[in-house]
Design a protein around this ligand. Structure first.
Ligand SMILES: Cc1cc2nc3c(=O)[nH]c(=O)nc-3n(C[C@H](O)[C@H](O)[C@H](O)COP(=O)(O)O)c2cc1C
Length: 199
């Protein structure tokens, strides 16, 4: 099977997200114009560079997280985990601007160091970011789309002490969750190593 623009009827739903899976979840914290915290999950999300660390997420429509990240020039990332899955899901509800989604989800705002935007204190790890750009995406014909790619530089890294084991971040112990297709999620429950030819 292969197809271009038109998906065959045998595929009940677009499998794109089920193929590009699992995708890490960018649990994005921002502040609105009045300084009220906003929180939302984004699975069009990725780490995109090292030295300095950079991360990016895409907003389908200019949602609060992207608008706030643009206007305030900063945002936070918190690691979404199995233990925090319900809270992550609650924070995905479309609520009016100014609804404190940390409070709605029963989460504690973590105290940032270099920026003003809180992160999820309950999360094993979080990042403070300065917004580098908010780019409206275009398709291959140059037509502007209602999609916004937010790029940020990490300026502070927070790790809860209990997730540092032998000097390493205990990814498996944190049990991060990731988005797949449809309504499916995956949990990181094991790790395996593969040395590089040059190691
Ligand atoms: C796991 C998960 C991943 C999501 N990923 C995205 C995404 O990548 N882009 C997007 O626009 N919306 C995504 N959504 C939907 C947003 O979280 C939702 O529209 C939310 O209300 C946006 O919040 P905000 O307006 O406070 O930023 C996702 C929802 C869930 C549950």
């Amino acid at each position: 099977m292969h197809y271009g623009k038109d998906r065959p009827d045998v595929l009940k739903h677009d499998p794109f997200k089920a193929i590009i899976a699992p995708r890490p979840i960018g649990w994005i914290g921002t502040l609105n114009a009045d300084g009220i915290p906003n929180l939302g999950p984004y699975s069009f999300f990725m780490a995109v560079a090292n030295n300095p660390h950079m991360i990016a997420f895409t907003s389908e429509g200019l949602k609060h997280s992207a608008a706030n990240a643009k206007d305030r020039g900063e945002f936070t990332f918190s690691l979404a985990t199995e233990a925090l899955a319900q809270q992550m899901n609650i924070s995905s509800e479309a609520v009016p601007d100014g609804a404190n989604e940390f409070a709605l989800a029963g989460l504690t705002p973590g105290q940032p160091v270099e920026i003003a935007t809180p992160f999820v204190a309950e999360s094993p790890a979080a990042l403070e970011c300065v917004t580098l750009s908010v780019q409206q995406l275009q398709d291959r014909h140059g037509t502007l789309m209602d999609r916004y790619l937010v790029l940020g530089e990490v300026v502070q890294t927070h790790i809860r002490d209990e997730y540092v084991k032998d000097g390493l971040f205990d990814t498996v112990g944190a049990r991060p969750i990731a988005r797949m297709g449809y309504r499916e999620y995956a949990t990181v429950t094991e790790a395996w190593e593969l040395m590089r030819p040059d190691d």
